[in-house]
Design a protein around this ligand. Structure first.
Ligand code: SF4
Length: 158
């Protein structure tokens, strides 16, 4: 039997929206580095697992801005809501693919918690954009993670 090192398997993992850690994954090629998030990870001694569902789904960076045309992330998963790009392209399939890949990473890295970027159509936790309007709702990846039992918070909950 393999001998376990003292710290092996002990670090608590957490999924993090990659842009919050300073990675340039946003649609405009910029980051959303959050010192509050970095401080939280250090304070809680958490091992961050950076994910960007939109990049994982194969979208390029920079890319078109996207937003909800109808419904929320839960509705997109259920087949009734709609995410579109600024030029009107339907994005449901891409967003659902990204969400499933993030879930796969959560399973592989034993993540039961996630800290995601507020108001993103993928990562929003409390709010999203319905067209130009900021409304209550979750992004597509957030919806799937919640449905699968993960606890999801945003940087604004810290
Ligand atoms: S999809 Fe999520 S992780 Fe990727 S850039 Fe947008 S908010 Fe950040």
């Amino acid at each position: 039997m393999a001998k376990e090192r003292p710290s092996e398997g002990k670090a608590k993992t957490i999924l993090i929206s990659a842009c919050l850690l300073g990675l340039p994954t946003r649609y405009d090629g910029k980051t959303k580095l959050s010192q509050r998030v970095i401080d939280y990870l250090q304070r809680e001694d958490l091992l961050p697992i950076p994910v960007c569902p939109e990049q994982l789904a194969g979208m390029s960076t920079p890319r078109e801005k996207t937003f909800f045309h109808s419904g929320t992330g839960q509705d997109v998963l259920a087949g009734s809501g709609k995410v579109v790009s600024a030029s009107g392209q339907p994005m449901n399939e891409v967003f659902c693919r990204g969400a499933k890949l993030v879930l796969k990473i959560a399973r592989l890295s034993d993540c039961h918690h996630a800290l995601l970027k507020e108001r993103s159509p993928s990562c929003g936790v409390h709010q999203i954009y319905l067209g130009e309007e900021c409304v209550t709702g979750v992004g597509v990846t957030t919806a799937l993670l919640i449905n699968e039992g993960l606890e999801v918070i945003s940087e604004e909950d810290l």
